[in-house]
Ligand binder design. Structure first.
Ligand code: FDA
Length: 316
């Protein structure tokens, strides 16, 4: 089944496939399993329900690889609106927002932004961070494909100059990660360790799932043994168990690290961990630009693709 991952990710980059999939009405009904809704109000509704079950949240306003300035600005505005709405509902304190730098301008072409996308994205991320921290929420930078890692880490350093606990996602599958993590285990450093969701060449990333898992465990050891705040971004039962053992061994209590899982994936496990006294944060994507996020979820688990195709066959 793992063999399907790369072809699905490659196929999903085709604009023809994108147009076809997004136009099919059945896609939307399947998408709602992974996406909390299109609007700010939908996101706030999902947060209210999750918090009622003792779960923490990190919210992602969907969108990536933005090539228009207005769109990047629109994403920043959407995050600021979301933070205001969470604040008004008494839900901002302890919440987090997850930001993809390519959604706020990192991938803008030179003719759109003479100073370059990195500077533009930093300005957008600064506005979001300022709004979030004013409301008692935090920010974590998502990590995109390997070509973006250096720029994301530079942006992280800039944001941390104002707010030292801005978080970042780090991908175990990348060969460079062991050395990146060593620089990210300082006091208060929030790091979300994930396997990695992008289609990466073999020169930069492990392709064998067993190697990715081993790299993940090495990453967990570094994070749990450091002075930062590890965020264990995985649904994998073995890695969740190992994270708990390593946390115990490092003398970390349930408030000294957290588990993170995606909205709609293993929801029973999310609640089981909460009842066992663990801190669990759910990554809640919302918005209408769901295509990239959705296809990565299909690629992770071909059973999702089969479920999707079956829905097309029965309803189409
Ligand atoms: P794995 O894929 O081996 O799955 C383990 C088990 O979890 C499966 O057997 C299944 O039960 C369940 N499961 C996993 N994925 C599923 C799916 N799509 N549908 C249904 N069941 C599924 N990546 C990235 O590159 N940059 C980032 O910034 C982030 N951010 C991020 C935040 C959070 C909170 C999470 C949980 C994940 C990410 N990711 C990410 C995605 C991550 O890199 C990875 O692709 C997925 O988490 C899947 O890997 P697992 O560790 O869950 O293991």
């Amino acid at each position: 089944m793992f063999l399907l991952r790369k072809p699905i990710l490659a196929l999903s980059a085709s604009t023809g496939v994108r147009d076809l999939l997004t136009r099919m009405p059945v896609t939307r009904s399947v998408v709602t399993r992974f996406v909390a809704g299109a609007t700010t109000a939908d996101a706030v509704g999902a947060v209210t329900r999750l918090r009622g079950d003792g779960l923490q949240v990190t919210l992602d306003h969907l969108g990536e690889d933005t090539t228009l300035r207005e769109q990047a600005d629109g994403t920043v505005t959407a995050y600021v609106e979301l933070i205001r709405a969470l604040d008004a509902a008494g839900l901002a304190v302890g919440a987090e927002v997850s930001v993809k730098l390519s959604a706020v301008g990192a991938a803008l072409p030179r003719d759109e932004v003479p100073d370059g996308g990195e500077a533009y994205a930093l300005a957008g991320a600064r506005s979001i961070t300022a709004a979030a921290y004013r409301a008692g929420a935090r920010v974590t930078l998502d990590m995109e494909d390997h070509t973006t890692v250096d720029a994301t880490l530079r942006t992280l350093a800039e944001l941390r100059a104002d707010q030292p606990d801005v978080g970042v996602a780090i991908q175990a599958m990348l060969r460079r990660t062991e050395s990146d993590l060593k620089a990210l285990v300082g006091n208060g450093s929030r790091v979300r360790l994930v396997k990695g969701a992008y289609n990466e060449p073999a020169e930069v990333a492990y392709a064998d799932p067993a190697e990715v898992d081993l790299a993940y465990v090495r990453g967990l050891k570094t994070l749990m043994g450091g002075d930062g705040y590890p965020m264990v971004g995985s649904h994998d039962p073995r890695l969740i168990a190992i994270a708990q053992q390593l946390a115990d061994r490092a003398g970390r209590g349930p408030r000294d690290y957290e588990h993170q899982m995606l909205y709609g994936i293993r929801p029973d496990e999310q609640r089981r961990l909460v009842s066992a006294g663990r801190t669990v944060r759910v990554y809640v994507p919302y918005g209408s630009d769901w295509y990239g996020y959705f296809t990565r979820r299909l690629a992770e688990r071909p059973a999702n693709l089969l479920f999707f195709l079956r829905s097309v066959a029965t309803k189409g």
